[in-house]
Design a protein around this ligand. Sequence first.
Ligand SMILES: C[S@@+](CC[C@H](N)C(=O)[O-])C[C@H]1O[C@@H](n2cnc3c(N)ncnc32)[C@H](O)[C@@H]1O
Length: 277
Amino acid sequence: MIDTTTKVREHYAATGLTLQISSVLATVAPDAATLTVAQLAPLDQFHLRGIVATEELASAAGLEPSSRVLDLGCGIGGPARYLAATFNCRVTGVDLSPGFVEAATYLTARCGLSDRVTFQAGDALHLPFEDGTFDVVFLQHVAMNIEDRPALYAEVRRILAPGGRFVTYDLVLRDGDVLYPVPWARDASTSFLLSAGETRAALERAGFQAQLWRDDSRKVSDWFATTMAGPPPSGPGSGLNLGVVLGPEFRGMTANLARNIRENRLGVVSAVLSRGV
Ligand SMILES: C[S@@+](CC[C@H](N)C(=O)[O-])C[C@H]1O[C@@H](n2cnc3c(N)ncnc32)[C@H](O)[C@@H]1O
């Protein structure tokens, strides 16, 4: 039988993604032009509220130029590039999808950030890093794809240095059945959502203490009702959106996600947790 990690990897297979991204980018900027993090934000922030959510979490995380940062489940690298460009720190991105890692590496070179941001393929449950390698670990919209939550949180704690911080931005179960497909899963077989209380209890059992624990569900439903409402954008640059990453099912998946939030089936929690010493 096919294991869940393989099924999740297939969901994010991204065959030919880098080529597709480069042809969409050709409509925005010549090949030789250096791109900015802000220019790519409609395409490369693969979570609710986009770059605004990354900015909020990053400012709560207390990053410094000397911080060694891991972006776990980094997607095509938008958050990792934002952190390096804004705080001048070094960021490593790890993702299950080799296609995403290739696209992340390409986009980082186009932004002139390859000296500070690197990517590698890997599984969050088996990270190729020594104990205590990082000061800060980011995990944005990834935990819902991982069945063994205790193993995930134990692995994050292992690679954090004493005093390190774990920054998470998670979808959580609220009330009622979840409607599928959604951007992270075509059906419930690759979706492992917990409630906010279960998520916090699993984190505390792993040894983390919450410094910030915030319910952002209302902000997300307002975002769907305002920023995401209305017809799709048109004109130059309008092709630069998450539809390039997720393909033609993107609009239907996003509509289901909006409904899950609006009908209180799902919520969203932002947290900064201390590893302790
Ligand atoms: C919704 S995307 C979020 C990407 C990125 N964090 C962002 O916010 O732009 C979820 C990502 O988690 C990755 N992922 C899922 N399970 C993983 C695992 N076990 N190890 C590493 N990455 C994983 C997927 O490949 C995908 O890129």
